[in-house]
Structure formats: C-alpha cells, structure tokens
Design a binder for this molecule. Structure first.
Ligand SMILES: [Zn+2]
Length: 150
C-alpha cells in the first residue's frame, strides 16, 4: 500500500468523530533517519501528533520519544478529547506556543526558560482566578512582572 492510500484509509476510519490523528517522529538535524521521512520511526527523535481534531488542523508535541508510550497517549487523546489543549485558556495557549517553539527548533535551554516563565504566569493568573486568555490583561501582566526578577 502506498502512502497516499494509507492516508485516505486513516481519514475514512475517523470521519464520524471529526478526528484523524497520527503519530510521527520529528527528526532532528543529526538523526540518521532524517531523510527517510516522518514515517520512519526506528530512531528516538521527539514524537508529535499530527492530523485533524474536531475538524480543525492539529499539531502538537507529546514531549515523548518512546513510541509505545506515545501510542498510549494518542489512544487517551482519542478517548478523552478534554485532554486536548483548549485554545481559550491560558494553559492551552502556553501549550500551543511551546509546541510551536519546538517546531521552530529553538534551543532547548530557551524553550525551558520560556516554559518556566509561562508556568509562573499560569500559577500567578490561576491564583487570581484568571484561567481564560480573555482574562489576561495589562494590569495582570504588570502585577506578574513585579513578581519576577529583572
Ligand atoms: Zn529521527
């Protein structure tokens, strides 16, 4: 079976739910399998979920390199859509932003630094009952900034 036929089969199987998600490895620049494409899973590069969810394009790093663990996580995503990042929440936006940083191959140390700051923001906002992105305003960010080291 060639690859395009396989893709069509995946879409058909999941048409009712509006979901069609699949795992792929996102090869690093020094990976020996990088020229074999995302279908080659013999390496230990980071695993991403690609496809459509609720009829929207979906793309997210699982933060995993172990294929069987990633498969279990994907099964969970298909069973319980609540575990999918909600873009209306600060938490969901942070998740999408960090995944995008990874997609742009930023340095791990930079991503870790962003993640740490944004986690602090999430905790700060949560302690003030602000969890939706529409609750985040200049006043809240000003208050948050004053808690951070320069
Ligand atoms: Zn690889």
């Amino acid at each position: 079976m060639n690859r395009s036929v396989a893709s069509i089969a995946t879409v058909n199987r999941n048409l009712d739910s509006g979901h069609s998600l699949e795992l792929q490895r996102r090869h690093t620049s020094d990976c020996p399998s990088k020229n074999k494409g995302p279908g080659d899973t013999s390496c230990t590069c980071p695993i991403w979920v690609y496809g459509r969810f609720n009829d929207k394009r979906y793309r997210r790093s699982l933060g995993l390199r172990d294929w069987s663990r990633a498969q279990k996580r994907l099964d969970k995503l298909n069973e319980d859509p609540q575990t999918i990042a909600d873009p209306r929440t600060l938490e969901g936006c942070i998740e999408v932003y960090i995944a995008d940083c990874r997609a742009r191959n930023m340095e791990d140390s930079t991503i870790t630094s962003y993640q740490r700051t944004l986690d602090h923001l999430k905790i700060y906002a949560g302690s003030r009952k602000r969890t939706l992105i529409e609750d985040i305003d200049a006043e809240l960010l000003g208050g948050f900034r004053s808690t951070q080291k320069p």
